[in-house]
Design a protein around this ligand. Sequence first.
Ligand code: HEM
Length: 408
Amino acid sequence: MPVPTTGDLFRPTDPDFLQDPYPTYARLRVEAPIAWYAGWGKWIVTRHRDVDALLRDRRLGRVDHHLTPATERAPGNPAHAAFDAIQAGSLLEIEPPDHTRVKQVVHDVFTPRHVRALRSRIEALVEGLLDGLEARGAGGFDLIRDFAEPIPVTVIAELLGVDEADRHRLLPWSKAIIGMFEPERTPAMEAAAVTAAGEFAGFVRDLMAAKRRESADDLISRMVAVHDADPERLTEGEVVANAILFLNAGHEAVVNVSGNGMLALLRHPEQARAVRDEPALLQSAIEEMMRYDTPLQFFERLVLEDMTYGGHEWPQGTRLCLYYAAANRDPEVFADPERFDVRRHPNPHLAFGLGLHYCIGAPLARLELAVALGALLRRFPRIALAGGEHRFQPKNVFRYLTELRVTV
Ligand code: HEM
């Protein structure tokens, strides 16, 4: 069949689209649910049933270099070497058997059982922050900088074993590194990502040396011990890449759900009241925040072997953008999908992905968000949006606000 294209429907540099992409997704789902976008040389996939099926399809992967011997691979851009090095062994950028081997070293740290043990630490952290905000008085605060950011940054830094004095470096490094995942990135964004990757890798290597001198009960110490005992079980590069992945992924999307989600909740004051008065609604409210304004709008997959899907013929190497954010508003799966509804149930959203690369941090993220947002609504029952406009960062992959001023 002729190749369907996104035509004029999809304009990923249009400022209106970047502020509110959902009307475009709605049209794409109906008019061009699987369509070629020449601007990126990639397919755009927007229906829930397709995103769901393709995430489970083992003919697709995040990368294909496990299929090609190193000597036959096309050389990367030498200017990006420092960035490529921190990607190469990260869980998100490897496929089985390497993915299975690396995940086995770390996975129990993030299981629901292990994560539950962190609850009291997270509660103490949140209450401490709220005490400080309450002491400031009636002026209100920036929900992102003053509340949402410090929680997951502290939790993931403690899990990995990063000293308090170094934690302020994590957010800027992460923000620079994620710029490389944006298809509309500029050369300046690429340069910033490469610089941050080099600095971050150096920092992690120094930390590894410190853990070798004095091991502790943290994930970097554990990865170092596994590597030192058997470098084939976990390479040095994999320790660095995954430490960086956890230290970035461990806060980035949690902060973005807090910002996007609280904006949605406070735009619906009756729903905010319901969550405050009926704490049993907290968990479904958090799921709805992730569905309604998904922080990672899409992730890419690569076709690993020639395949046909839904009448489309995709040779090996074809790239697909699986739009979790569009799938999450698909009326075939969600009744009245444009409505923010804290009682929505069931809510099979794809904000954490699905299949092999399903978010390892989902139980931790859910716990952090429940503790933090529950306590916030209890402590400040009159919390409301301060006046002014709320502009999302003009990004295609990462959807987030950098400021959300509230009054209490
Ligand atoms: C609400 C917050 C979060 C959201 C929305 C989120 C979202 C996602 C998504 C969509 C993926 C899959 C990417 C793909 O399909 O290619 C993913 C993977 C991942 N996430 Fe999260 N994440 C969150 C929090 C966390 C936290 C707290 C951690 C803690 C370490 C984390 C660590 C990871 C890792 C390591 C992967 C790669 C897993 C793999 O490839 O096997 N994430 N996340």
